[in-house]
Design a protein around this ligand. Sequence first.
Ligand code: MEV
Length: 315
Amino acid sequence: MSVSATAPGKIILFGEHAVVYGRPAIAAQVNQVQVKATVEQSPTEFTIRALNLNRTELYSDLDLSDPLGVIIRLVLQTLGESAAPRATLTISSSIPIASGLGSGAAVSTAIARALALYFGEELDPATLSRMVYEVERIYHGTPSGIDNTVIAYERPVYFKRGVHESDPSTIRLLDVPVPFRIAIADTGVASPTKAAVGDVRRKWEAERAEYEAYFDRCGEIAFHAYHLIESGRPFELGPLMNDNHHVLQRMGVSSPELDRLVEAARQAGAAGAKLSGAGRGGNMIALVTEATEGIVNEALLNAGARRVIVTTVCE
Ligand code: MEV
């Protein structure tokens, strides 16, 4: 027996970093990149093959805090299974690691889906998202929960983290009456989320008033963007993307590579552009149309982008 499942990548359209501090943010799934997990019956004990990492290991040898082991344990517990199956789990991914496209959350999501399917179960998005959140906490300490949410639901989301235990997160699956196109360009610079999120926290602790004001501004931008998207006016999002990028620069999470790509996209006719995700490297996004897409792509590649993907944001 063999079963497979996939999970998409994601982009943060508005509100990264501020979302960790309870401000709203917007994210969308990116189906052009994905993780695939396959579970295949085998005579040996449960084995994990992570093809991109060139890693093959027995589940029983994994460290207790290993993210791959944690998601497997959570799935087994949720399904009430006492032991891992005699099977091999193979994981392959086209999402670059540490690039802001949600590779960690997508790996956990694809594994959870495939393993549940192997036991004949399908996990609902809320359960799946909660499990993946637990793993995200290992990757980077204080995740907001937006990555696991958008990847588990595979829908654009408006997300606001509940900052207290008693205060649940708000998840609104976005209505997108008018789909819109986003070019996603990779700087090729790997930037682990944990480091950027940790730096912002240290700066916030040192300069609370200044950082609270940045977060407030990002939250206002995300709220405004949410209304534009839901009322079918996505082509007006450009200036909000530019504003959001400016605030992220002030917060110290942009980089010369990101700024160069953002500038190149704007010069080539994108209606707006910003970094996406934790920043410092990884990917940036630009609002394009069918008419501007070709020239913006070319400008991004000329400005040093390693790869450009165009995705359509839709329900
Ligand atoms: C990462 O995709 C987005 C950040 O806001 C971190 C988080 O929300 O957990 C930088």
